[in-house]
Each structure stands twice: as C-alpha cells, then as structure tokens.
Design a protein around this ligand. Structure first.
Ligand code: GDD
Ligand code: MN
Length: 361
C-alpha cells in the first residue's frame, strides 16, 4: 500500500537522482512509497533522467514544469499530485539523509507528531557546511521570530526536509503566501492551531554534485515571510518591497542629480535626465534582485529586455504621475498632497505593469 510520497524538487540534479533513489529504496525497505520528482525544466536533462528512472521503477513519478519556477511551488505541486496519505519534501542533492524517513513516518503514524522536521541545529545534528560567525545568534533570533509567528518551538524553522499528512498540507495550500518564504515555515504559520512538531537531528551533508540554487539571503526570505504573514494583508509584500526600492531610487536620483549639478554647474535638464536613467536602472536591478528574486531575470538578453520594459513602464507611470498631480493641484489641492497622490498612482501603475510584463512569467 502506498503510504509515503517523497517529493524531490529538482533544478539541474541529473547526476544526483539515481544514487538518491537507491538510498531512498534502502531506507524505506518494503514500506509503500513513491518518489515524485518535480523538475522545473532543468537544462541538464534532469527530467529525461527522471523519466528513464521511472521506466525502470514504477515507484518513481515525474512532473516536468515548463515556464514555472520555485522550490515552494514545486513542493505544493507534489502535495497535490499524490494519493499517498503522507508527504515528505527533501533536497535531491544528498544533503538530506533518507535514513530519517522511516522514523519520521513512524512518528506520524503513532500520532506522536502532526509534522516531522529534520533539524540541522539540535543536539545530535551537524552540518558539513557553513560555520559563518554570528550564525548562532542569527539563528536564535530567527527561531524566536518563528516561534512567535507559528506558536511552535523549532530549532531549524528554515529546514527544507520535513514530513506531514498529505491532507494537512493540501488543506493549507490555498492560504500559503508562497513568495520567497520557506514552505515549512509557511505551512506552520498558516495552520489554524499550532501543529505538534517533532524534530529529528540531521547530519546535513555536503552537496553530492552541482551547486546550490538558493542564494544565501535566507534571512531576507525569512523577514519577507514574516512581513507577509503580519502586515502582508494590508499592503501586499511585493508591493511593499517595490515601494521601498522606489524610495531608495529617489535617493539615488538626488545623489546623481546633485553630483552632476555640482560637477558641471549648468544643464539641469540633462542632469535630471541622467538621474532618471540611473535611478530607473538602479530600481530595475534591485527589484530584479530582491522584489522578484523568485522570478529573477538572468542572462544578458533577458536582463536587457527586462530593463527596457521596466523603463518603458516607468515612463508611462511618470507621465500619469505628473498629469494627475498637476490636475489635482490645479483644482486647488494642497501641492504636497497632489504630488503624493501622483506618486502613489505612478507606483501602483509601475507595479501592476512591471509585475505583469517584466517579471510575469
Ligand atoms: N523544481 C525546483 N524549482 N526545484 C528547485 C528550485 C526550483 O526553482 N530551486 C531549487 N530546487 C531544488 C534543488 O535542485 C534541490 O534539490 C532542492 O530544491 C534544494 O535546493 P538547493 O539548491 O540544494 O538548496 P540549499 O541546499 O542551498 O538550501 C538548503 O537549505 C535551506 C535553508 O537554509 C535546502 O535544504 C533548503 O530546502 C533549505 O530551505
Ligand atoms: Mn541542497
């Protein structure tokens, strides 16, 4: 009987799959399991390798997604694609030891836990990588925040290796925030009542092959997630990020303008134009890097096209901004209020259009 679906999100993990399947098969023995490989159209042929493995072993299933990206959404895809009563998510790069799977499953069967998490930071655990200074304090801080958010005590809320009943996962999916937020924390924070957690010490191994796909801005993800769960309902997280980037852009604008005027003395129009171009490019870069880090445009062609689209969007936004502000001011609205309304309108415009046409994919 099928009992556990092990979801392996993959992005260029071709060489890691076959040996990992062997390790999973060894760990799970005769218990009913399946592996669901959710591949985001890796260019190293991971999906083809997965299909070859699935032909040889019917316990292996493949979901190849084209035009979509993201670790969290890949996990969700897996939750919804299985008939197994339990689901686990783990890295496909051998950093997560499959030997923990049976014990986690047993804890769910017995009702001892409602969700099991493999922790890199509890007694008995270890990590092969990363001993950055200040890590301990940072982790304590993050864990404190996570506790307040989820009502659960966890030593490793950012873990990417966990297991829970599939029905629980699916029931939470419609309310997950999804953006740049670790799926485990998102599940825990979304649950109506705190889930009973059991942690298992993990010896976090080094990657077997290839390189990490997630950048190290874990703390950023975390803070964005916190914001999303608290104030995100009032002002959507992405819009808040977009607005913050825009405000930084204003500072950049003034810095460039002031420097040029100071250097050349004359030619305000030219200096202002240069400042607009620099600020727009800065905003594009920072939005691509932070606001849309899960949809980041990469490669010269894509970046250049994105940049041009962003500039075009901003140009129209600026026009709307000036038109509305001028109209309001003409109607006798206090100048600062008129300007602010124009700015807000321009920002919403820029946000709506660029999220659709620059980073919408
Ligand atoms: N389908 C899909 N789509 N899979 C992805 C994507 C994606 O956009 N990005 C990454 N993956 C896959 C990778 O191929 C790998 O199997 C797994 O997801 C985790 O990615 P890694 O690149 O190995 O992440 P990491 O090892 O740097 O990060 C680890 O630590 C994080 C906490 O700091 C992982 O365990 C994360 O899950 C964990 O949150
Ligand atoms: Mn990994």
């Amino acid at each position: 009987m099928l009992d556990l679906a092990i979801i392996l999100p993959t992005l260029n993990e071709r060489g890691n799959l076959a040996p990992l399947l062997e390790r999973i098969a060894t760990a799970m023995g005769t218990q009913g399991w399946e592996v669901i490989i959710v591949d985001d159209d890796s260019h190293d042929g991971t999906a083809d390798e997965a299909r070859a493995l699935a032909l040889a072993d019917p316990r292996v299933r493949v979901i190849q997604r084209i035009g979509r990206r993201g670790l969290a959404s890949a996990a969700i895809e897996g939750f919804c694609a299985t008939a197994a009563p339990y689901v686990a998510v783990m890295d496909a790069d051998h950093q997560h030891d499959p030997a923990l799977l049976p014990a986690m499953l047993a804890a769910l069967h017995s009702g001892e836990a409602e969700i099991c998490v493999a922790s890199r930071f509890m007694p008995g655990a270890s990590t092969a990588e990363w001993a950055a200074p200040g890590r301990e304090r940072l982790s304590a801080f993050a864990n404190g925040l996570a506790r307040r958010l989820t009502g659960v005590e966890l030593s490793d809320p950012m873990s990417g290796y966990f297991m829970l009943p599939a029905a629980t996962a699916r029931a939470l999916v419609p309310r997950l925030s999804g953006i740049g937020f670790k799926i485990l924390l998102d599940l825990l924070a979304t649950a109506d009542a705190p889930l009973r957690v059991r942690e298992f010490p993990l010896c976090f191994a080094a990657r077997r092959e290839g390189e990490s796909k997630l950048d190290r801005a874990v703390l950023f993800d975390f803070l964005a997630g916190l914001y999303d769960k608290t104030l995100g309902r009032v002002i959507p997280t992405r819009f808040a990020l977009f607005g913050t980037v825009g405000a930084l852009g204003v500072i950049v604008h003034f810095a460039v303008l002031a420097s040029l005027l100071f250097l050349f003395g004359e030619g305000f129009a030219l200096a202002q134009s240069a400042a607009v171009l620099v600020a727009m490019s800065f905003n594009f870069w920072l939005n691509n890097w932070l606001t849309y880090r899960d949809k980041r445009l990469k490669g010269w062609g894509a970046v250049l096209r994105g940049w041009a689209g962003f500039c075009a969007t901003c140009a129209v936004g600026a026009f709307a901004n000036v038109a509305v502000a001028t109209f309001l001011e003409g109607k006798g609205v206090f100048w600062a209020l008129a300007a602010l309304t124009g700015i807000l309108l321009g920002s919403v415009w820029n946000y709506a259009l660029s999220s659709r046409f620059v980073w919408g994919r």
